[in-house]
Write a protein that binds this ligand. Sequence first.
Ligand SMILES: *Cc1c(COP(=O)(O)O)cnc(C)c1O
Length: 390
Amino acid sequence: MREEEVLRRTWAEIDLDALAWNYHAARRRIGPEVRYLGVVKADAYGHGAVQISRKLEELGCDYLAVSSLDEARELREGGITGPVLILGHTPPEMTAQLLRWNITQTVSALAKAEAYSEAAQAAGGTLRVHIKVDTGMSRLGFLVRDGHFTDGVQAIARACALPNLEPEGIFTHFSCSDSDTPSDRDYTTEQFRVFTAVLDALAQGGRRFPLRHCANSGALARYPETFLDMVRPGIALYGGDRDAEAMGMRPVMTLKSCVSTIKILDPGTEISYGRTCRTEGRRRVGVLPIGYADGLFRGLSNRMSFWTEAGPAPILGRICMDMTMADLSDLPEVRVGSAVEVFGTHQRADTLAEMLDTIPYELVCAVSKRVPRLYLEGGQVKERSLRIMA
Ligand SMILES: *Cc1c(COP(=O)(O)O)cnc(C)c1O
C-alpha cells in the first residue's frame, strides 16, 4: 500500500518531539536522582509500544512497564533491551519465559511468590520481582491495611526471602491521586502513609528495596513527597489529560481523517442510521472515512465537531462503523481531500472524553489497529506502522 492511499483515510500522527518534551518536563519535576519508569502498557496507550519505548530509551528513561508477558515480549522482539516490569499477572508456569526474556515480574501475594520461586529454581534462574502492596486500590497486591498490617508485612518478608527471587522493587498504586477533592486527597495521603509504614516495618526486619515507587501521573502532578526512588507516569507522558496540560505537557497523538466526498443535501433530508438528524436548510455535507471501528466512539454522534482549519465541522447523525457525516456548510474552504482533526493538538481528547463521561485514556486506547500510526520527528515522518499489515 502506498503512503498516499493510507493518508487518504484516517491516521494517527504520533509526535515524538512532544513525547521528548513531556519526558523532559517530567524529568525537571522529579530531578536527576529519581528514576523514571515509562508506562507503555496497552500498546503505549494506543501510541505504539515499540516506537514509544525506543524513543523513551533514547531519552534516558530508566524502566518500562507493561501489563502482560505478551506485551513484554513484543518490546524485546522490537529490540528494547532495558528493564521491563510486568504490572499484571503472569501464570507462574510461564516463569521460564520471564527468565528467558529477562523480564521483571510483579508479585502480589505470598502464594504467587512461592510458585514463582519454585518455577525459577526448576528453570535454574533468578527471577527479578517487584512486590505489589495494596494500600487502597483493592486490585492486585498484598493486603496491608488496618488489621492486615502485621500479617501483610510478614508475608512480604517471607516472599522476599524465597530462593531464586530477587526482590528489586516494591510499589503501590493510587486510586484517586488525580483528584483535588479533600476526601480524595486524604485517601491518597493515607495510601502513602500505609505504604511508608510497610517500608519502615520491612526495613526494621532488614529488608530494603532499591526501587520503591508509587507515583502515577496524578501523583506526579500533585504529590512530590511520593516520588521516592522512581515515578511511574502513563497518561502524562502522552500529554493526554488536564494534569498533563497543567504541567506544560503536549498531546503526543493527533487523530486525523479527511473529507472523502461532499454532497449538497436538500432541506428535510435525513442523515445516517436511525434518522437522528434532519437538515433544516440546504446543507453541504462531508462524508469522512472514519467510524467507530477506527475508535471514534459512537456516543459522540450528533455531539462533537471535527476540527478544521476553517472552523468546527459538527457531526450530522450517527457515527457509522467506517464513515461519519459532518456539516461543512459554513466552511467553503474545506474540500474533498482536506484533513480534519478528531482530537489532539487543537481539540483535546479530554473535551471529547467529557462528552462521553469517560477519561481520555479510553479514547487513545480505542484508536484501532487499522488506523496507521505516523511517527513524526523534526516535522518529518520517521516511521509508519499499520498493525493489520504487520
Ligand atoms: C497504568 C498504571 C500506571 C500509569 O497510570 P497513569 O494514570 O496513566 O499515570 C501506573 N502504575 C500502574 C500500576 C498502572 O497500572
